[in-house]
Design a binder for this molecule. Sequence first.
Ligand code: AMP
Ligand code: MN
Ligand code: MN
Ligand code: MN
Length: 282
Amino acid sequence: MQDTRGLIFDLHCHSTVSDGLLAPEDVAARACANGVDVWALTDHDEVGGIKRAARAARELGMRFVSGVEISVTWANQTVHIVGLGLDEDEPQLVQGLAQTRAGRVRRAREMGERLAAMGMPGAYEGALPLAGNPDLISRTHFARYLVLAGYAPDVQTVFNKYLGDDCEGHVPVRWASLGDALGWIHGAGGRAVIAHPGRYKYTPVQFAGLYEEFRQRGGEGIEVVTGSHRPEQYREYAGVARHYGFLASCGSDFHGPRESRHDLGSLPPLPEGLKPVWHDWF
Ligand code: AMP
Ligand code: MN
Ligand code: MN
Ligand code: MN
């Protein structure tokens, strides 16, 4: 994604510190090779990769923005809030993220039991070694294991059939509240962005409620161009950004080669007339 100065931004992606397939250094190298000028690593509920990513970016001459993608429960559904430009050592952020991660192991065991009852035994034991960070075992690791075990041809099929939000194998979690996530991000000096809004299954009234509450709590931005949106959704969420006065962000949400539809730095520019989340960064 290129801005008016020709800089390429990618402000959303994952490493092995959460559910990505590449180490932070390798994500940095790939972003740089793809021409990214300004890069943020946004692992799920974890800032453990930030210092490694920052060092790698510095060595490659790429600008780096520290980030995180926080799992939030709002109206009984999961919403992801990206924090950008934060101090990864800020104690309340660090403690809040640790709290958010804490339920994952128990949930993973339960997911294993669910999948066993559905005829796919051993998924917890199979997924655990695939998690680079056992604290951060996620549905993605289960999906990769189920592909390796031959239950589905690819990760997307696993989500469509077994692990998606409405599927039998999904064990829902009560994540952080929206207020907590925004408090941690702002307390650490960062900016908050609603990730991939096009993925949520809210009614129009609920969406309006989410945007209003997010704005009222000081939330700044929304992802308009993301690997999770189709081009017509770029236009739809550009409209939301204009309507609510949100800053616009963009990121591939890259998880790994061959697995992700969109590579680092590969997305088109933000639609005209939006104020980017990086407007006053440099
Ligand atoms: P978790 O935090 O363990 O619930 O896992 C969420 C992760 O699973 C997301 O960050 C995505 O990487 C992946 N995911 C969730 N839903 C889908 C879906 N419908 N299609 C593909 N990947 C998904
Ligand atoms: Mn993920
Ligand atoms: Mn997400
Ligand atoms: Mn993501």
